[in-house]
Design a protein around this ligand. Structure first.
Ligand code: PLP
Length: 380
């Protein structure tokens, strides 16, 4: 079996699991309790916050723990839009965001906000001139993802922030796929709001964070206790919080070595496809791409067929597209890049781990060759 869907989720690293298991049974206290057991749990949370802050060059108090990037994105976007309504009701994002961003903007549109969805080129990159032109005096928020989850396209977040320097609009970025693969320095990049989720970097599912730059005033959703300095009520999930901090630190420490390995694996895969004369084209620009993601167009078979046959052969990958009631809708990301084109229905996302072996990559290529040859025979 070959799992090559690491952009969907990753297994929990053994070191992370061990740290979490200890907390489940030892530091199980409620961080809000003032007795010793509570204080021990509070210490774990505080330490995790410091670890994470260090990785992204923030202050610990600027990190808000959430249930994942979906919640972080919702809080950032709704929170900024609502709180800043008196400054304007125009918002900017891109056509290729994750649904946890896009669907929030669509919801806000129904509430009377105006949203500009920036287009991308055939490599999945926005044009900074488009952003400059879209900016208006009443724009209050710009939300642009760091790296795309379907094609791996990287946006120039630093340059985007520079463009916004003299503008009131806040900059939010969904950095879910970039975390652990690219250095993230919120100060250097001048980011106001940033979302992460732990299960994309070998941490547990159901835990994420929102970085909030000091002085950034947004509205918070969850009312109740005074946890997270009254920004998000609810008892902290101590094991998951510590698991996320451990995973992020590990991934960052090993980032360079992992990235080198990932790029080798990608090259190996491209060569393996070429060696077998399987026709394909890359969706995206390999030089401006997250190291673990690659999206390929196979101009001989529909994605449903490829995914089913690969699944039967024990190869687990994705189309990146939403699957509704058994039928696969063309991906909004590929549609933004290529318009309505057969390519949007014949493309597969492969996402690798640095732990993978060349033999596993060869196995995927062998299975794709079988599918290609089967289709060739059928059409002859
Ligand atoms: N943003 C991006 C780019 C993602 O790839 C994901 C993963 O599914 C999310 C947001 C949502 O993360 P979660 O499902 O952990 O809330």
């Amino acid at each position: 079996e070959v799992y090559a869907d690491y952009a969907a989720t990753t297994p929990v690293a053994p070191e992370v699991r061990d740290v979490m298991m200890d907390i489940y049974s030892e530091q199980f206290g409620n961080p809000s309790s003032i007795h010793r057991t509570g204080r021990a749990a509070r210490q774990v949370v505080d330490e995790a916050r410091r670890q994470i802050a260090k990785v992204i060059n923030a202050s610990p108090k600027d990190i808000l723990f959430t249930s994942g990037a979906t919640e972080s994105n919702n809080t950032a976007i709704k929170g900024a839009a609502y709180k800043r309504q008196h400054l304007g009701r125009h918002l900017i994002t891109t056509q290729i965001e994750h649904h946890s961003v896009l669907h929030v903007f669509e919801y806000l549109e129904k509430q009377g906000f105006e949203v500009t969805y920036l287009a991308v080129n055939r490599y999945g990159e926005i044009d900074l001139n488009d952003l400059e032109q879209a900016l208006r005096p009443d724009t209050t928020l710009v939300s642009i993802m760091f790296g795309n989850n379907e094609v791996g396209a990287i946006q120039q977040i630093g340059d985007i922030a520079v463009l916004l320097i003299d503008h009131q609009a806040l900059l939010h970025t969904d950095a879910v796929q970039a975390a652990g693969h690219m250095p993230i320095d919120v100060k250097e990049l001048n980011i106001d709001l940033l979302s992460l989720t732990a299960h994309k970097f070998y941490g547990p599912k159901g835990i994420g964070l929102l970085y909030i730059k000091p002085g950034t005033d947004i509205e918070f959703q969850q009312l109740g206790g005074s946890q997270e300095t009254k920004r998000r009520a609810g008892t902290e999930n101590v094991p998951l919080i510590k698991g996320m901090a451990t995973a992020l630190t590990l991934a960052t420490d090993q980032m360079d070595a992992r990235n080198v390995r990932l790029m080798q694996l990608k090259e190996h895969f491209l060569n393996a496809l070429q060696d077998r004369s399987i026709p394909f084209e890359m969706n995206g620009n390999q030089n401006m791409q997250l190291p673990h993601i690659m999206n390929l167009y196979f101009p001989f078979s529909d994605v449903e067929i490829i995914l089913t046959l690969l699944d039967m052969a024990g190869v687990y990958v994705s189309s990146g597209s939403a699957c509704t009631a058994g039928s696969i809708e063309p991906s909004h990301v590929l549609t933004a890049m290529f318009g309505t084109d057969a390519r949007t229905k014949q493309s597969i996302r492969f996402s690798f781990s640095s732990h993978m072996a060349e033999e596993q990559i060869d196995y995927i290529a062998d299975q794709l060759l079988k599918i290609y040859e089967m289709n060739k025979e059928r059409s002859e």
